[in-house]
Design a protein around this ligand. Structure first.
Ligand code: ZN
Length: 415
């Protein structure tokens, strides 16, 4: 077969009632997006659409760039308690978890997330690399994936907890354990060799509160370990994402060279100033803490509920100071089927972002985080044709983004 060989690339024109392009602060009216192959060729007035173009009429909708979620776990299906987590690692094989993950990938895409940064497989080794490959080869539907494979933490500091099971058992771990700078370097090199686009670390653990009501935690890495990881990551042209909740995790991650701070629920003024100085991004993952706080409090661990109460003021201050806030949900930490990822927008708007700022956090700002400015997260000439649409106006009601009615990824209509 030589299908397509003799045919000129087909031109498609999407008529947009209202266009939010991810870049401009104001929506535009009566525009059309011209698409050839998987690329946006131009944005023109509807009156000058070329005659040979195939028309997709979205004149009664608001059209936006495909959304980007910078913090997902396709290989996790909710983990309010350690039981939820352990059962997935102990009772489900990695092939079975990967099948569930392929369903999660489809959910993300149908919800308008045409790109995700998946921040580790939670014990499923390199299955994220396979999912990314299957999506890119059109075996399964799903978003563009940036993957981080196994993640890294230090020996004994991550689930599954040895203390909760017989010491005679060798428990599987949700991360790659290292001790010492050499093992840290080896882990980074291994993960990159198997296909990691990002390296994910867990910088702090065991959160607690001081009498002055500030939150603190324990550092997982020595200075030598975290510096070895960051050095090896950056030297390989990759980026470092750091799970860091309090200043104990945040400051040494940033000083080592982390590009993103994940969660950061308890970041203080000094953390925020350092974020700005280092040009780092914050993924607040509001949806996950909202989802797990109550269940974890009931199971005897109230720290998430306490952090959730102070998070709105942390967010407001970070926004005022100018910390770069990129949309990240931690979906997988909450059930893919129960809560739409777009719920995250509602928190950002409640806590002080304009709807347009919230949309940019999941489009242009997220694309910058991924180092894909101009290619993803915007509707502009030469960007990938990742385009979504909703009924109504998300600038009036941000919740409208929880109901995506049209999805094009890579120039193909998938919804
Ligand atoms: Zn996560």
């Amino acid at each position: 077969m030589m299908a397509g060989y003799f045919i000129n690339a087909q031109l498609t024109a999407i008529k947009c009632g209202k266009l939010i392009d991810g870049k401009n602060d104001q929506p535009q009216l009566n525009k059309a997006i011209l698409i050839e192959g998987n690329t946006i060729k131009d944005i023109v007035e509807q009156s000058v659409i070329p005659r040979n173009a195939t028309i997709i009429d979205l004149n009664n909708k608001t059209v936006l760039p495909g959304l980007i979620d910078c913090h997902t776990h396709v290989l996790l299906q909710g983990d309010i308690t350690s039981e939820d987590y352990d059962v997935q690692l102990l009772k489900e094989s990695i092939p079975y978890r990967t099948l569930r993950a392929s369903a999660a990938c489809k959910i993300a895409l149908m919800n308008g997330f045409t790109t995700i940064r998946d921040l580790e497989t939670e014990g499923a080794m390199y299955a994220d690399v396979d999912l990314k490959k299957a999506i890119n080869n059109n075996v399964i539907p799903g978003p563009r994936m940036f993957v981080s494979t196994r993640a890294i933490n230090t020996t004994g500091h991550y689930a599954i907890s040895n203390a909760e099971y017989s010491w005679e058992l060798h428990m599987p771990k949700g991360i790659q354990e290292i001790t010492g700078a050499d093992e840290a370097r080896r882990a980074v090199r291994e993960q990159i060799s198997y296909g990691a686009d990002w390296i994910k670390i867990y910088a702090d653990r065991s959160y607690y509160r001081l009498s002055d009501s500030s939150f603190r935690s324990f550092q997982n890495f020595t200075k030598e370990e975290i510096e070895a990881i960051a050095d090896e990551t950056i030297k390989s042209g990759k980026f470092l994402a750091s799970h860091a909740v309090t200043r104990d995790g945040i400051i040494y991650s940033l000083n080592a060279g982390a590009r993103t701070i994940e969660h950061g629920f308890a970041m203080d003024d000094e953390c925020m100033d350092l974020m700005i100085k280092k040009n780092a991004y914050w993924c607040p993952t509001a949806t996950v803490i909202d989802y797990v706080a109550e269940g974890r409090a009931k199971a005897g661990n109230p720290i998430n509920a306490q952090m959730l109460r102070t998070l709105p003021s942390v967010f407001k201050k970070a926004l005022q100071k100018g910390v770069k806030i990129a949309f990240g949900t931690d979906v997988g930490g909450f059930d893919w089927q129960k809560v739409p990822q777009a719920r995250e927008f509602t928190f950002y708007v409640q806590w002080g972002m304009t709807p347009m700022q919230a949309i940019k956090s999941a489009t242009t700002v997220a694309a910058e985080l991924l180092n894909k400015k101009g290619q993803l997260g915007e509707i502009s000439k030469n960007a990938f044709a990742d385009i979504i649409a909703v009924n109504g106006d998300p600038l009036q009601d941000i919740k409208i983004l929880e109901n995506i009615v049209f999805v094009m990824k890579d120039g193909k209509v998938v919804k």
